[in-house]
Design a protein around this ligand. Structure first.
Ligand code: LMR
Length: 394
């Protein structure tokens, strides 16, 4: 049977990780996979995570199964973190998932169950794995314009024009904050216009929020999700704890289905639990328990927020340093968008051959579409990157 298998296309981001590891150059710079690194190049375990793990180790008396939806404390804590008081708890059905990717996958499956003919509109570009999973599930996608490489900002007019094709029952996948891969984001006025367009068309928003706290702050980054959830009849939200809690390998995420009609909650919750059971049964618990331990303890929560804020400000400082260094070297403002982008990533907007030149000649690794992980830099490597960008004629 195995002889029938065909080679699968390599995931571009993960292949880049391998290529970087294999490069013997000591001064190589990794701007590939979206993992936060501190100025020493380490992805640290956050202080509050260590404390929570210690507490769990001391106090946990069983590793018996939780529930198909995961531990309710985790869902409650995450719903509070993401949605604040935008909706009431009984409007939200939720299941714990293995990472944000697990939440995205379960959301797509729920959409396919509820409306097999639904098309999913995705930004051009979007996280490549969105497209890969959708293709694997056989769900039709339509791309909408999003990034304007001439300005480094959002092509909002193009986006709205493309969302003009929406039909009732379609789904629009949106990035809640810190757009991956571009770093360019809608402002709240634009979000309101998107909500109006979706409502008018009878389309359902699905929001992927994987970087809350990495852009403008925890509440600021959740403002769009809260606006959407409180304005539309129904929406889906896939949240990841990988980045903002730094617990990547623990695979911790939550899928939320929000409905104004509370009567839909019982069946929706049952379907989400059913999907968990079909795909992997009980979701992983360790990361979820770390998160709920932190979010329900005032001291741990304050410490986590303080460390997360340092992470955010470090990335913002690097953005500003890079934009000003590029302005100095190029004598132009054309890289100013790097300081305006938010989150971990920025798309430089250059040609794949130029990305290749940066890798070959300078040992600088970024994704082929010119997405850079800003957190892969530090104050010493920023000037090296800026010089390489200018030398490569970008
Ligand atoms: C990324 O975009 O680099 C991250 O979300 C990691 C991943 O799984 O691709």
């Amino acid at each position: 049977m195995f002889e029938n298998l065909k080679d699968q296309p390599a995931d571009k981001i993960l292949a880049l990780m391998e290529a970087y590891k294999a490069d013997p150059r000591e001064d190589k710079i990794d701007l590939g996979v979206g993992v936060y690194k501190n100025p020493e190049g380490i992805t640290p375990v956050m202080r509050a995570v260590k404390s929570a793990e210690q507490r769990i180790w001391e106090e946990q008396e069983t590793k018996a199964y939780t529930g198909l939806a995961g531990d309710p404390m985790f869902a409650d804590a995450m719903i509070g973190l993401v949605l604040g008081d935008a909706v009431s708890r009984d409007q939200v059905s939720a299941v714990a998932t293995p990472g944000g990717t697990g939440a995205v996958r379960q959301a797509f499956e729920l959409i396919r169950m509820a409306n097999p003919g639904a098309r999913i509109f995705v930004s051009d570009p979007t996280w490549p794995n969105h497209l890969s999973i959708l293709k694997y599930l056989g769900i039709e996608t339509v791309s909408y314009r999003y990034f304007d490489s001439s300005t480094g900002g959002v092509d909002f007019a193009g986006m709205m024009e493309d969302l003009g094709q929406l039909k009732a029952g379609d789904v629009v996948l949106l990035h809640g904050c810190c757009h991956n891969p571009t770093g360019a984001n809608l402002n709240l006025t634009e979000w309101k216009a998107v909500v109006a367009r979706l409502t008018e068309a009878g389309a359902l928003p699905m929001i992927d929020i994987a970087y809350q706290g990495f852009g403008d702050g925890l509440d600021e980054d959740a403002a769009a999700v809260r606006l959407v959830a409180s304005s539309v009849p129904e929406c889906l939200i896939a949240a990841s704890c990988s980045k903002n809690f730094g617990i990547y390998r623990e695979r911790t995420g939550l899928l939320m289905a929000v409905a104004q009609d509370r009567g839909l909650g019982r069946t929706t919750q049952g379907n989400l639990a059913f999907l968990n059971r079909q795909n992997y049964s009980f979701p992983p618990d360790h990361g979820a328990r770390i998160v709920s331990t932190i979010l329900t303890d005032d001291g741990l929560r304050a410490d986590w927020q303080a460390e997360l804020e340092d992470v955010r400000l470090n990335m913002l400082g690097l953005r500003e340093q890079l934009a000003s260094e590029l302005q100095r070297l190029s004598g132009s403002d054309r890289f100013h968008f790097l300081a305006q982008h938010r989150g971990m990533f920025s798309r430089l907007g250059c040609a794949p051959e130029q990305v290749e030149t940066l890798r070959k000649d300078h040992g600088i690794y970024m994704v082929g579409d010119s997405r850079m992980n800003i957190a892969g830099l530090n104050s010493t490597t920023v000037p090296l990157l800026a010089r390489a960008i200018v030398d490569a004629g970008i």
